[in-house]
Design a protein around this ligand. Structure first.
Ligand code: MCA
Ligand code: AMP
Length: 464
């Protein structure tokens, strides 16, 4: 299978190709155990994987892909409502899970790392769906972004070009395996390039410092926590490249990383729907804080304001549109919603506000909608959290916004009109209904929400 072509490279052969926490897998073992999973999966078009950060998850995903299925990563802490939505909406026929998963309403196949198979399967065609990644919009339940094998391969090849990512690299990160960053870049990237991977479990400064890699991935919260521990940061000075993404890297964190590690971090920009379309390059030492770089190989960008492309003068701002072979095919089963953001001409309207300098370097300056929150690199739709809060009998009205947070960039803050319910109760309720990272960090009880004459909540009037 082309997507994991790197697994058979000499750099992956013998010894440990993948380490996750304390678990290790050789390339040969990964292929043999994944093939046993493919035997179980054979014929199922869509398979969900309980996506803990474990070797079982990697084996399950590779096995499902080998068996020709599309993989739906299921966040392991997602609550009842979110799990039920993802499983139902994706049409997954079975769930692959290691130990410790909650019982699900569909056939569950346990992943056993002792089982192997020598079978072989035809490679899926490039247009076949590889992944259905659930991601939040501004309203409603998460939508399934359909990513083909071709898109994932093109997205990874463009990054290999931008970062001179090569088989001798040792990739280190501790990101979750149910989003693009940790899964597509952080696992399939290594399997495609054919370089060793060390997943740290939790992305703690100590674990990054001890991992001894050449290429490190992190979200800004991870980098900022590393900078708060100078001794750990200093141990990354021998790395080749430190990469930041998923949210804006604050300028002071960039500067502090340069001071403590001697590296100018490589910041790059992407979305679940588009993979990574803009990045700084490893061969360009002039990386500036606040800039996410140039369009990657095969991708094109435009900045559009009121239907017209604005000049690349480093000042004019507008919505960033992107195009390229790494884009998704659309939201599963939602052609109308897809058509609102993905034009027939292939341009995807990102919803991010950007400007481009004459030399092609991009800066992300904000988002069009205040209803999309980025907290610790997680994308959280305000509407989804509001719906979860309103399902609690003690909540009469709710409005959710992102407010500035030193560690997470933004935190989920909920304004609630409620009856005899505590903040802790509501925070726990959302964590159980959706998932822990979508829970509000703060509840502000108010007698009423500010509304306009039409009755629409005026979120601008809620204090950030
Ligand atoms: C806390 N916990 C709770 C509750 N409160 N559980 C239930 N009920 C509660 N009320 C638990 C959590 O489950 C978790 O448990 C633990 O407390 C800590 O949770 P949390 O507060 O979320 O952790 P954190 O320390 O704030 O996490 C910071 C983090 C994390 C590690 C930076 O935010 C993270 O991993 N971010 C990465 C997001 C990411 O990968 N985004 C990429 C999107 P336990 O200990 O069991 O876990 S892809 C993307 O954006 C594009 C493509 C791109 O450009 O990359
Ligand atoms: P997700 O779908 O979780 O991948 O979130 C995508 C969103 O993350 C984008 O639309 C941006 O708002 C944000 N994002 C990703 N990378 C960056 C970056 N380097 N700088 C600023 N925002 C980013």
């Amino acid at each position: 299978m082309r997507l994991i072509a790197g697994l058979t490279r000499p750099t992956m052969s013998g010894g440990e190709a993948i380490r996750i926490g304390t678990q290790t897998l050789s390339a040969e073992r990964l292929l043999a155990t994944a093939t046993a999973v493919a035997d179980d999966v054979a014929g199922a078009p869509v398979v969900a994987v309980h996506a803990t950060a474990t070797a079982e998850t990697v084996v399950a995903m590779v096995g499902a892909l080998l068996g020709g299925a599309a993989v739906v990563p299921l966040p392991p802490d997602s609550g009842e409502a979110e799990t039920a939505h993802i499983l139902r909406d994706s049409g997954a026929e079975l769930l692959l899970a290691g130990a410790g998963h909650r019982p699900a309403a569909l056939r569950t196949v346990p992943i056993d790392l002792q089982r192997t198979s020598a079978g072989s399967y035809p490679a899926p065609p490039p247009e076949a769906t590889a992944l259905i990644m659930y991601t939040s919009g501004t309203t409603g339940a998460p939508k399934g972004a359909v990513l083909s094998h071709r898109a994932v391969e093109a997205g990874l090849d463009a990054l290999a070009d931008a970062w001179a990512w090569h088989p001798d690299d040792v990739l280190v990160h501790g990101l979750p395996l149910f989003h693009v960053h940790g899964l597509v870049l952080g696992v399939f990237g290594a399997l495609r390039v054919g370089n060793r991977l060390r997943h740290t479990g939790r992305p703690s400064p100590e674990a990054y410092a001890a991992a001894g890699g050449s290429l490190y991935f992190g979200v800004p919260t991870v980098w900022s926590r590393i900078c708060a521990q100078p001794a750990a940061a200093a141990r990354l000075s021998g790395a080749r490249l430190l990469v930041s993404g998923s949210a804006a890297l604050p300028v002071p964190v960039f500067e502090r990383m340069r001071e403590l590690t001697g590296h100018q971090p490589v910041e790059r920009y992407g979305m679940t729907e588009t993979l990574i379309t803009v990045s700084n390059r490893s061969d360009d030492p002039d990386r500036r804080p606040g800039q996410v770089g140039t369009a990657v190989a095969g991708a094109g960008t435009r900045v559009v304001d009121e239907g017209r492309e604005v000049p690349a003068d480093g000042e004019s701002i507008g919505e960033l549109w992107v195009r390229g072979p790494m884009l998704f095919d659309g939201y599963l089963g939602q052609s109308e919603v897809t058509a609102r953001s993905l034009g027939a001409d292939g341009w995807f309207r990102t919803g991010d506000i950007a400007c481009v300098a004459p030399d092609g370097r991009h800066r992300i300056v904000g988002r069009r909608s205040t209803d999309m929150i980025k907290s610790g690199g997680y994308r959280i739709g305000a509407g989804e959290v509001e719906d979860a809060l309103l399902a609690h009998p003690g909540v009469r009205e709710a409005a959710v916004i992102g407010t500035p947070h030193d560690d997470l960039g933004e935190q989920v803050t909920a304004y609630v009109v409620g009856d005899a319910v505590s903040a802790d109760e509501l925070i726990g309720f959302v964590a159980r209904t959706l998932s822990a990272h979508k829970r509000p960090r703060e509840i502000r009880f108010v007698p009423e929400l500010p509304r306009n004459a039409m009755g629409k909540v005026q979120k601008r009037l809620l204090s950030r």
